[in-house]
Design a protein around this ligand. Structure first.
Ligand SMILES: [Zn+2]
Length: 324
């Protein structure tokens, strides 16, 4: 999917910023380490000299000298390891730290875009940059059962366990999830938990409310440009990303366009074996009435459907806060 130039430039600028940051951070760290361990510098000079000697021996095809250099180098490297370890450090402390070790913050692995570049494209095209902040607050570590009543708590534990299985099996089996439940029962929170885990493990995730999804699809279908100029570009990732999350299905104003587009989206992703997670306040009967029998039969045959228990957690949280 071609990015327009300014979008491409803004992603590449971010990579350049990250590289500059990690270079600076490494320089500062090395400065501190060398001040703390003065013996390190002469030892590193010896290692460099030994490496040069090894290259010279290889060029002149002096096998004996090459082996001697190799052995001396191994000893020096071990000596450096011991020296670092006696100061509570390891060889990796002398290396740069990258936000993405796979592409070393260049965005590319060879000529191919890295997974982090693909997600950066998605974040830009779908204005998802704030999603990461949300995911820092709403994830499995911060998930709490305390807002669920006794019986509901058990059901919720099972739902969370299934969500974890969904993530665990993500790369090996094709799965989809439909989360049903009243407003404020934790559907979005649970979707966020899944989104975070998958994004953290280098999967591309598009997160849209049903309203946003249909808006983008209509821009693409009718050739209108959105405020971000996404237009037709919106289509490929909606069908191709590793996980598409459609939040709050049923809150948009349904019409024949949204009904047909929803079928297209569900069906296309099933055909491409790309996972989808849908959450909705509607029950199955209402979904069938709004989105047609054929869409629901695709969902029933290819999705795991889970009902979230309880009533509005947000109201209970608020009541609780007020009574404190
Ligand atoms: Zn990368």
């Amino acid at each position: 999917m071609p990015l327009i130039n300014t979008q491409y430039d803004s992603i590449m600028r971010e990579y350049a910023r990250r590289q500059a940051r990690s270079r600076q951070e490494l320089e500062d760290r090395l400065g501190r380490i060398h001040r703390e361990i003065p013996e390190l510098s002469p030892l590193e000079d010896e290692i460099t000299a030994c490496q040069a000697g090894r290259v010279r021996a290889a060029v002149s095809q002096d096998k004996e000298q090459a082996e001697a250099m190799e052995s001396a180098l191994r000893d020096l490297v071990r000596k450096r390891e011991r020296l670092l370890s006696s100061h509570g450090l390891s060889p990796s402390d002398l290396e740069p730290v990258y936000a993405c070790p796979d592409c070393q913050d260049t965005g590319y692995i060879g000529a191919k875009k890295c997974h982090c570049f693909r997600q950066a494209e998605i974040d830009l095209l779908y204005h998802q940059s704030s999603l990461r902040e949300v995911l820092e607050k709403e994830n499995f570590r911060t998930f709490s059962y305390e807002w669920y009543e006794d019986g509901d708590r058990e059901i919720m534990r099972r739902n969370v366990m299934e969500a974890r299985m969904f993530i665990e099996r993500f790369d090996d089996s094709f799965q989809n999830l439909l989360l049903l439940g009243a407003v404020g029962t934790g559907k979005t929170f649970l979707s966020n938990c899944i989104a975070k885990e998958l994004m953290d493990t280098c999967h591309s995730v598009v997160y849209l409310t049903a309203f946003q999804l249909f808006e983008l699809l209509s821009q693409a279908a009718f050739g209108r440009e959105g405020s971000g100029g996404t237009g037709k570009q919106a289509y490929p990732y909606i069908f191709d990303c590793d996980l598409l999350i459609i939040d709050d299905l049923g809150t948009e104003l349904p019409n024949s366009f949204t009904v047909s587009q929803f079928f297209l989206c569900v069906n296309e992703r099933i055909l491409r074996k790309k996972s989808t997670l849908i959450s909705s306040n509607l029950d199955m009967e209402a979904l069938r009435n709004v989105y047609s029998e054929r869409t629901l039969s695709r969902i029933i045959s290819c999705y795991t459907i889970r009902q979230l228990p309880g009533s509005d957690i947000r109201i209970r949280k608020k009541l609780n806060a007020n009574s404190l």
